[in-house]
Design a protein around this ligand. Structure first.
Ligand SMILES: Nc1ncnc2c1ncn2[C@@H]1O[C@H](COP(=O)(O)OP(=O)(O)O)[C@@H](O)[C@H]1O
Ligand SMILES: [Mg+2]
Length: 449
């Protein structure tokens, strides 16, 4: 008889009443049990007690082992938490966690270094405290939108934002966001990197580029001086002729006032034309160019042509302008982009200067949209082109094949175009002309860079 049987029978009261239907299993065993002597039963019970005590000792041991393991894993967790805490607080990036309502749950020590607020000043408050007012208003809506739609432009990417320092000034930051869940509740972790130093460096680079652009613009203006002088000279010559006519009309006994007024009006037009050319030149050589504005690229192209059209005519160049209609606006520093285009036009004119008389001199300027929907400006000439050996050199500073060239035109153009998030490249076969391509993003895409 095994201990199972002893156990089950000992727990059940013994009954002599016969069961209905089939005989109860174990009934026979119970009857046998009743027949045992009291000593046997005591021995059996003792045996059972010993076995249960052994089982208890074993499970006690297992519990103790479990407690030990739990203690160890708790210790490991504490160590891990301490390690993570030390990383959390030693990080030079600010780390802030917020809940679904934008309430700060935790912030590390770097947040104080960057934005002036200690952790205890932030916990429980809304994260919008750290944002410029116009952004703060929208922030709660951003979070809710993300929760509702699951769509976010910022999660998983780095974005430049402005943080608001406790002292009231703004701090440029790189912000990256991640989300996580605890018991189904959404939380967000923001990583803030102070980019003041980088911004300062960028500003210095921009200023440096602007100064360099100014120097090269002056030299470009020098290269174009003869054409421009000719351009200004034309209205001046006309004015001289008109005024001479006016004087002789006035000297006559009966001056024809109507005729006189007509000639004076023409004089006025010519004087305005000369003034416009000078005005455009002065704008072009300004040292500090105006900041970026929305502009129509076709208008910029037309302004450029105004500065070199005389040169084109003087050199008998067949000029063709193909401007696409309805191009999107660009967001540019107009003078700088004019400088890029003028250098390309100037280079093309120079390249065709020494062509044999029987070779056609063609200059084509086009604007259009490229396959990325960026604005593309092409300047195509029928000059000698660029040899394979020169290809790599022409964009490098101070490379020139001209007697009075400075060799800075293309290299500065590249820096200017790239500062506008654009590109510049060329295509040329030796002896077969050259085409330069400048692309600029449309205004609405500029914010994405
Ligand atoms: N359209 C072109 N056709 C042939 N060569 C060109 C053309 N554009 C530029 N180059 C070459 O590239 C050189 C560098 O041009 P750039 O940087 O504008 O300086 P610069 O005009 O002062 O020489 C030119 O001297 C010329 O050799
Ligand atoms: Mg040049």
């Amino acid at each position: 008889m095994n201990s199972e049987n002893i156990h089950s029978d000992a727990d059940q009261p013994c009954s002599n009443a016969p069961e209905e239907g089939a005989e109860r299993p174990g009934h026979f065993a119970a009857m046998q049990e009743n027949l045992r002597s009291p000593e046997d039963r005591i021995r059996m019970l003792e045996q059972k007690l010993v076995e249960q005590a052994e089982q208890l000792t074993a499970s006690n041991l297992a519990v103790q082992q479990n407690i030990e393991a739990l203690k160890k894993s708790k210790q490991r967790l504490r160590e891990r938490e301490a390690r993570l805490n030390s990383i959390f607080n030693a990080a030079s990036e600010g780390i802030i966690m917020i809940d679904r309502k934008g309430i700060v749950v935790t912030a590390n020590a770097a947040v104080k270094a960057i934005l002036g607020y200690a952790e205890e000043e932030l916990i429980g408050g809304n994260i919008s405290l750290l944002m410029a007012p116009d952004h703060a208003v929208k922030h709660d809506r951003y979070i809710q939108n993300h929760i509702d739609t699951g769509i976010s432009k910022i999660i998983g990417s780095v974005r430049e934002v402005e943080g608001l320092h406790k002292g009231g000034w703004t701090v440029p930051l790189d912000l990256s966001l991640a989300k996580f869940f605890i018991d189904g509740e959404i939380f967000f972790t923001g990583l803030l990197r102070d980019i003041r130093q980088r911004k300062l460096q960028e500003k210095e680079n921009r200023e440096h580029l602007e100064e360099l652009a100014h120097v090269t613009r002056l030299s470009l203006m020098g290269e174009m001086a003869s054409g421009i002088a000719h351009e200004v000279n034309q209205p001046l010559t006309a004015i001289v002729a008109y005024t001479e006519v006016c004087v002789s009309l006035l000297m006559s006994p009966n001056p024809d006032h109507v005729k006189l007024a007509g000639i004076l009006a023409k004089t006025n037009q010519q004087a305005l034309r000369a003034g416009q050319i000078i005005h455009r030149m002065r704008d072009f050589v300004r040292s500090k160019t105006t900041s970026r504005t929305s502009a129509s690229i076709n208008q910029v192209v037309k302004d450029c042509i105004g500065l070199c059209s005389t040169e084109i005519k003087l050199q008998n160049i067949l000029f063709c302008l193909e401007l696409a209609e309805n191009l999107p606006l660009v967001y540019i520093n107009e003078v700088q982009i004019e400088q890029v285009l003028l250098n390309l036009l100037r280079n093309a004119i120079d390249a065709m200067h020494d062509l044999p008389v029987d070779r056609p001199r063609r200059l084509v300027l086009c604007t259009q949209l490229d396959d990325r929907q960026h604005i593309e400006i092409t300047v195509k000439d029928s000059g000698p082109g660029i040899s394979d050996a020169d290809r790599a050199k022409i964009m490098t500073p101070f490379y020139t094949t001209k007697k009075n060239g400075m060799g800075m035109g293309l290299s500065i153009s590249r820096s200017l175009v790239e500062a506008h998030h654009g590109t510049i490249r060329f295509n040329s076969q030796d002896g077969n002309g050259c085409t330069f391509y400048v692309t600029l993003p449309p205004k609405e895409l500029v914010n994405e860079f």
